[in-house]
Every structure is written in structure tokens, then in C-alpha cells.
Design a protein around this ligand. Structure first.
Ligand code: GTP
Ligand code: SPV
Ligand code: MN
Length: 586
């Protein structure tokens, strides 16, 4: 008798027709075999064995360097279930179209069967996935990013309770690339890409798109959030989750070196990208990090901005699309030093000044969480950690203040639902275009986004100790086009204000959008920031916000009857408050 997993692998092999099937055990020896395959393929390189032991550089195909949202589909039975913000294909059509591309795709290749657990091995919140892939790079990455191999096979046993994901590199042509999700079946198919969220199916495909559907069915939440613990003087740690869109600062906030360490404020890392949260018996929302590693943006990460991350990257790290120095060390823009002589760019060409960035803007490192100096000792607590604050944020050159607090859960859900952010290199397409990105889930919600707002509202109603909800913006710019706020380790000052609000200590000015810090309620000692910059950072322009709120109303209207009444009421109430305040200031 074969198990459900064996049956699925059999079926997948009948379609993709690999030369052989290898079942992965997650061992170090197996990792080294995968690296061996990558080196032989000629797209990967061993880095300096003395300074970067067991580190490798992988160069992906130049047309395959970021998630491709226009090729990502939610294949629910009806378009309405996927909603107006998702690409939709009907399940049968998708099976047909993508099935044709998967047919024989693994001929001459090996199919690796990768069982993995998302979440701590002993946690009741964890879930099992199995990825069948023809990419050794994906296998190696999944070993860093999840609890992979034997541990998962043993937990699964003969059960059918796993999310299958079939992945083939195909021919890497974007014209024949699809990332399709079947929320009813809880199934993922991906073909034509070997990069990041397109190919490591445990990450965005399972842990967000499919998991968001499961979470709604089962009454929990799957969110695009980092999880951190803020230690305050005396040693108490307060846990917070923060949802920022791709390449908007999650990893950096979760792994920051606090500039207020001498005052007793320290940040402990629990997760940097995804949070699974349930309502626990103590009435709090409890969060686990389903991942076991960090797939972080390299450019901009340096000894000045983030020494914790830099400390983690010196061994056992897989780099993707970074540059390489003559000493075979990884290099990227923002690492801290000037481009050294003899630099090879991310495509493998000699780099010269004026020839563009040496590293791709979405170059990444894949590193085991355990190597992070700031890792919380509770990061694998099976029951998750109690969350006292949820923080939304994005890149807004204008409009959004450094931080504000929502009035209550329902208003906070509206604040998340109205989020917008400038696009980044984490996905293909134009960079710097401001778009609506509710809860940072625009590319990751596996069902109708308005129903997802409804789920948030329902969760709030069930929470005895709902976290307070905040919004932050590290990216506001002054008239000179420069960031007004120094960011990175200085962001701890905002986390401290949030903690002070939770504990009822900090003062705030009530504005139509929510409570904004009074300048003196922020701890700014040791920071060189002009009173004028601070004023700009904290300013709320009612006229600009009124225009924003109107755009939000139009966005909500796209969802028709799906949009919860409470959310529409919040949008109208904001318009009222803003209109009254513009009249008052005139
Ligand atoms: P994904 O992994 O794609 O989800 O991105 P992320 O949200 O984890 O973003 P990350 O922390 O990797 O930061 C993305 C880019 O923004 C990097 O180039 C960082 O250097 C930069 N960045 C992060 N935090 C700050 C900040 O506080 N201020 C400024 N100015 N830049 C920041
Ligand atoms: C993101 O884009 O949010 C990432 C990178 O974390 S990827 O895994 O490619 O989705
Ligand atoms: Mn990240």
C-alpha cells in the first residue's frame, strides 16, 4: 500500500518524467551533494573558504531575478473567490495550461522530493509541505529555510495532511512561466522560474497564499509579518509583529542593532518575513515564525546599517545574484566599502565604474536563522509568542507620518486595509510606483482581499487581548529628496514609543488619522535630527489625507458587496474627520 505522499510523487513523476527520483533527508551530506550539482552546472561558485566557509554564490538566469506577480495565479473555482486584486485562472484551465508545460519537464533531470515542516517541529501550529523539484538550488535553499527532510517525513508518516508543491525549472523562459495555486485542493504548481518566492514553494506560495486560505477556514492568521521582541530595562520582552511590503524593511527591523542598547532597549529576532498567529488560551494572539532561515535583500545591508545580519553571513550562506570580489568574497552596493578592483558583477562579467550596479538590486542571502546574533531564545517556542502590537508600514515618500497609533482594532484593520507603498525590485516591473498593498498582502492573499478584511475583523472580535495597531513610515522624504529619518537601528526609538503607548506612558496628539507622537514623547537623545525634520516627519496634512482617503474609497469599491460594512464606515468616518479638520485649519 502506498502512502498519500507516495501516490502524489508517483503522479507528479508520471507527468514530469524525471530520469530518477531522490527522496531528501535534510542531512549535511545531502546539502553538500546539492552544492556539488550546482557547481557542476556552472551557475554556482564556492566562495573564499577562509573568510566565508561553506558559502556559495548562485547566479540565476538574468530574466529570473525576482517574483513575477503577473505570472502568479489563484485558481479558485470562481473569479469572485480570488477577488479583483488577484490574477485568476479557472482550476481546470490552469491544470491544462500549466500541465502542458510540466509534461516531460524533468526529462534528463532528477526529481528531488523535499518534505518540510513550516514552523517549529514540535509546534501544534506547524504544517507540512512537500516540494517536488528539479532544482538542486531549490533543495539547498529549502534546507536552510525550513525544517526539511527526515524530521518532516517522520512527522507526516502515512498522513495525507500536507500541502504538495510541484516545481520545475522548465526552460526558464518567462513566456512559459506560471506560479499557480489551487486553494480548494491546497496544491501549488510552479514552472519556469528558479528564483525565490517563485520556486521555494514553502515560502510565499504555501506559508502565505495557501496558508491564508487554511487560516481563514480554521480561524487563525497567516501574515506577511516579521516578529520581534523588544527588551526594555529590567529585561521584560514585548513581542510585536510588523507587516511591510517586499523590500520595505522587515528583515532589517527584525535584526536591528538598537541604538538605545545603553538605555536597556534591545531587539530580539523571532522571524523576518512570515507570521502564523492563533488566539491562545491567555486571550492574546500568539505568533510563530514558520521559517528556519532568512532570505534577505543584500543591497543596503552593511556593517553600518545592520551588523547583526553581516555577522550572520560569514558561513553556511547561499548568496544569489550578488557580485564577487577577486578574493572570492560576496559584494553588493551598500555593504560599506567602495567597489574593490577586480569585481565581477552578478551576471559574471567584469564590473567597471559606470557599468551599473555590481549586485542585482534584489540580490539575496539565504542564511540559517540559528546564525543570527540577535536570535531570540524563544524563537522556536511551540505555542508561539504573545503579540502586544501589530505594525503596518510601507514606503511613502510623502503623506504618512513616522508613526501613528490606531484608535482600536477595527480602525487598525482599516489602517492596514488602506496601506499603500512604492514598489521595489523584489518583484519584476516598475520600481517606485505607489500602489495599494493592504496589510502588505497584495501579492500573497490566496482569496478575495475584502473577505480577508472580514477575517481580520472576526479575529479581533474573538481576541480578549487584541494587540494595539500602529502604522510606521521610515521612508518619508524632505524637499531635498532625502529620507528625513535615519532608519535602521534608530527605528528602535519608534518601537520604544510604541511600547510606551502600550504601557500608557507616552503622550500623543490626536489627529484625524490616529494618534501621532508629540515631539517630546519620542526618545531622541544622541540623535542629530533637526526640529524641522522632526516636524515634517510627524505632520499630518488633512488635505492630502482627504485625497488619499478618497482613493481608498475607490479601491474598496472594486470589491463590491464583499467589502465589510465596518471598513467602509471607517473610510467614511475618516473623510468626515478630515473635512472637519481642514475647515478648522482654514
Ligand atoms: P523582503 O525580504 O523582500 O520581504 O524585504 P524586507 O521587508 O525584509 O526588507 P529589508 O529589510 O530587506 O530592506 C529592504 C531594503 O530597504 C534594503 O535595501 C534595506 O537596506 C532598506 N531598508 C531597510 N530598513 C530601512 C530603513 O529603516 N531606512 C532606510 N532608508 N532603508 C531601509
Ligand atoms: C518578497 O518578495 O517578499 C521576498 C522575496 O521575501 S521572495 O521569497 O522572492 O518572495
Ligand atoms: Mn526580508
Amino acid at each position: 500500500m502506498s502512502t498519500p505522499l507516495e501516490k502524489w510523487v508517483d503522479e507528479s513523476a508520471r507527468v514530469t518524467k524525471p530520469d530518477q527520483i531522490v527522496w531528501c533527508d535534510g542531512s549535511e551530506a545531502e546539502y553538500q551533494r546539492m552544492v556539488g550539482e550546482m557547481l557542476r552546472a556552472g551557475d554556482s561558485f564556492a566562495l573564499n573558504e577562509t573568510t566565508f566557509p561553506n558559502c556559495h554564490l548562485h547566479r540565476s538566469s538574468p530574466n529570473d531575478v525576482a517574483r513575477t506577480e503577473h505570472l502568479t495565479f489563484i485558481c479558485s473555482p470562481t473569479k469572485d473567490e480570488a477577488g479583483p486584486t488577484n490574477n485568476w485562472m479557472d482550476p481546470e484551465g490552469a491544470k491544462h495550461r500549466v500541465g502542458e508545460l510540466l509534461d516531460g519537464a524533468m526529462r534528463g533531470r532528477t526529481m528531488y522530493v523535499v518534505p518540510y515542516i513550516m514552523g517549529p517541529a514540535s509546534s501544534p501550529l506547524s504544517k507540512i509541505g512537500v516540494e517536488a523539484t528539479d532544482s538542486p538550488y531549490v533543495v539547498a535553499s529549502m534546507r536552510i529555510m525550513s525544517r526539511m527532510g527526515k524530521v518532516a517525513t517522520e512527522r507526516l508518516g502515512a498522513s495525507s495532511d500536507f500541502v504538495p508543491g510541484l516545481h520545475s525549472l522548465g526552460d526558464l523562459d518567462p513566456l512559459r512561466r506560471y506560479i499557480v495555486h489551487f486553494p480548494q485542493e491546497k496544491l501549488i504548481w510552479s514552472v519556469g522560474s528558479g528564483y525565490g518566492g517563485n520556486a521555494l514553494l514553502g515560502k510565499k506560495c504555501f506559508a502565505l497564499r495557501i496558508a491564508s486560505v487554511i487560516a481563514r477556514e480554521q480561524g487563525w492568521m497567516a501574515e506577511h509579518m516579521l516578529i520581534l521582541g523588544l527588551e526594555s530595562p529590567g529585561g521584560k520582552v514585548t513581542y510585536m509583529g510588523a507587516a511591510f511590503p517586499s523590500a520595505c524593511g522587515k528583515t532589517n527591523l527584525a535584526m536591528m542593532v538598537s541604538t538605545l542598547e545603553n538605555q536597556g532597549y534591545r531587539v530580539w529576532t523571532v522571524g523576518d518575513d512570515i507570521a502564523w498567529m492563533k488566539i491562545a488560551d491567555d486571550g492574546y494572539l500568539h505568533a510563530i515564525n514558520p521559517e528556519a532561515g532568512f532570505f534577505g535583500v543584500a543591497p543596503g545591508t552593511g556593517f553600518k546599517t545592520n551588523p547583526n545580519v553581516m555577522g550572520a553571513l560569514t558561513k553556511n550562506t547561499l548568496f544569489t545574484n550578488t557580485a564577487m570580489t577577486a578574493a572570492r568574497e560576496p559584494w553588493w552596493e551598500g555593504i560599506g566599502d567602495a567597489p574593490p578592483a577586480g569585481l565581477i558583477n552578478w551576471k559574471g562579467e567584469k564590473w567597471a565604474p559606470g557599468s551599473g550596479n555590481a549586485a542585482h538590486a534584489n540580490a539575496r542571502y539565504t542564511v540559517p536563522a540559528a546564525q543570527t546574533p540577535s536570535l531570540s531564545k524563544h524563537w522556536q517556542d511551540p505555542e508561539g509568542l504573545p503579540i502586544s502590537a501589530l505594525i503596518f508600514g510601507g514606503r511613502r515618500a510623502h503623506l504618512a507620518p513616522l508613526v501613528y497609533e490606531s484608535n482600536d482594532w477595527q480602525h487598525g484593520v482599516f489602517v492596514g486595509a488602506m496601506m499603500a507603498s512604492e514598489t521595489t525590485a523584489a518583484a519584476t516591473g516598475a520600481v517606485g510606483v505607489c500602489r495599494r498593498d493592504p496589510m502588505a498582502m497584495l501579492p500573497f492573499c490566496g482569496y478575495n482581499m475584502a473577505d480577508y478584511f472580514g477575517h481580520w475583523l472576526e479575529m479581533g472580535a474573538k481576541l480578549k487581548k487584541p494587540p494595539k495597531i500602529f502604522h510606521v513610515n521610515w521612508f518619508r522624504k524632505g524637499a531635498d529628496g532625502k529620507f528625513l529619518w535615519p532608519g535602521y537601528g534608530e527605528n528602535v526609538r519608534v518601537l520604544k514609543w510604541i511600547l510606551d503607548r502600550i504601557e500608557g506612558r507616552a503622550a500623543a496628539t490626536e489627529t484625524p488619522i490616529g494618534s501621532v507622537p508629540t515631539p517630546s514623547s519620542l526618545t531622541l537623545d544622541g540623535l542629530a535630527i533637526s526640529p524641522d525634520a522632526l516636524k515634517q516627519l510627524l505632520s499630518v496634512d488633512s488635505g492630502d489625507w482627504l485625497a488619499e482617503d478618497q482613493a481608498v474609497g475607490e479601491f474598496f469599491a472594486k470589491f463590491g458587496s464583499h467589502i465589510p460594512t465596518a471598513i467602509v464606515q471607517e473610510q467614511k468616518a475618516l473623510a468626515d474627520r478630515l473635512s472637519r479638520s481642514t475647515v478648522a485649519t482654514k
